[in-house]
Design a protein around this ligand. Structure first.
Ligand code: DOR
Ligand code: ZN
Length: 335
């Protein structure tokens, strides 16, 4: 096959940051995606309807045709009373970060049950709950698995509440999401389908590739296989959310690298290569452009995007950020 055309994808998990960086990221995202969820872990975070509207205006002012699916941060102080205004401001989802689990989560949630009244309000407003599903403090490879009982507990209390376990990264998570009701789904990143822990750190636990460090950390070969299998099988509960999360080269390479991998510019070519190698190109479009929209109950995109089989070399650096696969040759290119 020398070319493939798919419905234009949506990214259901993307960090668009702020300021000058935001402008670059919006433009790059618009080249690949029709719509994108926008993560709320800015500084300060997107906490209320006013923050959300202001951020949305800034994103639109970049002047692309990318559509923004806005989210707010579910924090200890996010009260049920705040939810109707957030919905009215255009929010599609609230994102919950457990306390101290990742970048900018110092204001995260320690007591999830205390937020049950807020989840009830989100259910009544038909908002999606997006979860960073990790328990901080556990061994990095086990943090996600340790969170799954909490996911089960929320689902048991709110069986109708639509929940996305963001960036599913383990076999345990794949099995848990499959076993629960249809209100539970998972987003899957490109990097968790490609990397394992060995691509990030050596056997002594020291990080040898800071640009591969993300939260949740990429795990074992068995975990990666479980993710690949469920995605290649065309399972409707698993859809693309890149968690593209750029940090400057300077910060990434200065020791104690922040977590996050910038994947937007290579996401679709890398996925096409992966699906092709697995003989599953026929499942690509559903993963990138259908299952997520169905879960979010939004119409499928009308436009299309074409990839051609033509090798190209990924930039070493873009606006001070080292993208995923920098300097490497990829075999599919967006035409
Ligand atoms: O790797 C990550 N980077 N994981 C997150 O949860 C946050 C993100 C970021 O904002 O940099
Ligand atoms: Zn993220």
């Amino acid at each position: 096959m020398t070319s493939i055309t798919v419905r234009k994808p949506d990214d259901f998990h993307n960090h668009l940051r702020q300021g000058e960086m935001m402008t670059h990221l919006v433009k790059e995202t618009a080249k690949v995606f029709a719509r994108t969820n926008v993560m709320p872990n800015t500084l300060p975070p997107i906490r209320n309807a006013e923050d959300l509207t202001k951020y949305h205006e800034e994103l639109k002012a970049v002047g692309t045709d990318l559509e923004f699916l806005m989210t707010f941060k579910v924090m200890p102080e996010t009260s049920p009373e705040m939810i109707p205004a957030l919905k009215a401001a255009g929010a599609v989802a609230g994102k919950l970060y457990p306390l101290g689990v990742t970048t900018h989560s110092e204001d995260g949630v320690a007591d999830i049950e205390a937020l049950f009244p807020t989840f009830q309000a989100m259910l009544e407003e038909d908002l999606v709950l997006c979860l960073h599903g990790e328990v901080p403090g556990e061994d990095a490879l086990k943090r996600e698995e340790a969170f799954l009982p909490k996911l089960q507990a929320i689902h048991k209390n709110f069986p109708q509440l639509r929940i996305v376990l963001e960036h599913a990264s383990s076999k345990a998570a794949v099995e848990a999401v499959k076993s629960m009701g249809d209100s539970i789904s998972a987003s899957v990143t490109v990097h968790h389908l490609v990397l394992t822990i060995e691509d990030v750190q050596d056997s002594a636990g020291s990080i040898h590739h800071p640009h591969h460090l993300c939260m949740p950390i990429c795990k074992t070969d068995a975990d990666r296989k479980a993710l690949q299998e469920v995605v290649f099988s065309g399972h409707h509960k698993f859809f693309l959310g890149t968690d593209s999360a750029p940090h400057s080269r300077e910060k990434k390479e200065a020791g104690h690298p922040p977590a996050g991998i910038y994947t937007t510019p290579v996401a679709l070519p890398v996925l096409t290569e992966l699906f092709e190698e697995a003989g599953k190109l026929d499942q690509l479009e559903a993963f990138t452009s259908q299952f997520g929209a169905d879960f979010y109950q939004i119409p499928l995109n009308d436009s299309q995007i074409e990839l051609v089989k033509e090798s190209w070399i990924v930039s070493e650096e873009m606006f001070g950020v080292v993208p995923f696969r920098a300097g490497e040759q990829l075999s599919w290119k967006i035409s």
